[in-house]
Design a protein around this ligand. Structure first.
Ligand code: C5P
Length: 341
């Protein structure tokens, strides 16, 4: 419980991006969402969030540095703080939840299928609890339910108890069932290419639902197989060897291509230029390519920027695609390794 005399301290959080290495859509649920089977991995690419005691207005505030994230009221940072406050509740013995001033430094492309908004929301939820000295105020079940109320991808980013623990996971249900796995036991590089087109997640799921009731079983098989392999860990080389299969293991690929027709041409052009498999993260529009190291992903980024400049890779929508080289964050080590001296 919080100490009423305690000074509220600024809290800093890194909010990592994710990619879906697989995404199987199992079917539509009565609540309108879809049941998924998806392997999520966190990236080094991250937004930075700071939370400090709020101003005199008595309301939470948010300042965003970087690309336009849309209306502030819809920002998942403010929704994350509000969800934390609501989950704690009010009344005698409850920690005080004074207003917070949030500053968000955006590095993750917005509405890109990289989970940036959800990660910011998870960081805000977790950070607000810490700022209020209320880390212990919620049991795991209330924490998870509150997280899911912010958005489907938020439970993944909250990890098992702390944002710092967000690691590779098998994500099921609507996104609320997060099973941590050992993950990738190296640090493979990843190239992210985000065309500047709006691909709204609800639109992609709606197109998917209109064309199919569930994905074709092959994506689910690939996803189950990868999740199984990641429970004991997979090396970076092992991951690269599976890149061709993983690049087509996304049931939303065709629907995303229908929502944003130019996406198909960008993906084909990338495969031609890079001579490697290219996958789609989430509902897109970000396209990913795996490399053994970050250095190789950075070299590929240079090649892609040149290909965009000379038109070999088309610029669709509002301008040239964003090109970012990053790293898949190392997974957890198996428990028996953690206890060895
Ligand atoms: O929960 P979130 O706000 O991220 O979801 C955005 C939209 O994506 C939902 O309104 C729904 O249309 C779709 N969705 C879905 N099934 C999921 C996750 C999202 O149908 N598992």
């Amino acid at each position: 419980m919080s100490d009423p005399g305690r000074q509220l301290m600024p809290v800093l959080r890194l909010a990592p991006a994710k990619v879906n290495l697989t995404l199987a859509v199992l079917g539509r649920r009565p609540d309108g969402f879809h049941d998924l089977h998806s392997v999520f991995v966190p990236l080094e690419l991250a937004d930075r969030l700071s939370l400090a005691p709020g101003g005199s207005s008595g309301e939470d505030s948010l300042h965003v540095e970087g690309p336009d994230t849309g209306p502030l009221a819809d920002n998942l940072v403010l929704r994350g703080i509000a969800a934390a406050r609501a989950a704690i509740g009010a009344g005698p013995g409850r920690p005080a939840t004074p207003a917070l001033a949030a500053r968000l430094e955006k590095h993750i492309p917005v509405a890109a299928g990289l989970g940036g908004g959800s990660s910011d929301g998870a960081a805000a939820f977790d950070g607000a609890l810490e700022a209020w000295g209320a880390e212990g105020a919620l049991d795991e079940d209330r924490r998870r339910r509150a997280a899911a109320s912010i958005g489907s991808d938020v439970p993944f980013f909250l990890g098992a108890g702390s944002i710092a623990a967000a690691g590779a996971a098998l994500v099921q249900g609507r996104g609320e069932r997060v099973l941590p796995v050992v993950g990738i036991t190296g640090e493979p590089g990843i190239l992210l290419v985000t065309p500047q087109v709006a691909v709204r997640t609800p639109d992609v799921f709606a197109v998917f639902a209109g064309t199919q009731v569930s994905g074709d079983g092959s994506v689910r098989m690939t996803s189950e197989h990868l999740a199984q392999e990641l429970t004991s860990g997979l090396s970076a080389d092992g991951l690269i060897a599976r890149a061709g299969v993983l690049a087509v293991a996304n049931d939303l690929l065709a629907a995303a291509g229908l929502v944003a027709p130019g996406l198909v041409a960008v993906r084909r052009a990338l495969m031609r230029v890079l001579k490697r498999p290219v996958g789609l993260s989430g509902s897109g529009p970000t396209l990913w390519t795996l490399y053994p190291s970050r250095t190789e992903a950075e070299s590929a980024a240079t090649v892609v920027r040149a290909a965009i400049a000379d038109g070999a890779i088309p610029s669709i929508g509002d301008g040239p695609p964003a090109v970012i080289a990053s790293t898949i964050r190392a997974g957890r080590r198996p428990a028996h390794e953690e206890v060895s001296p």
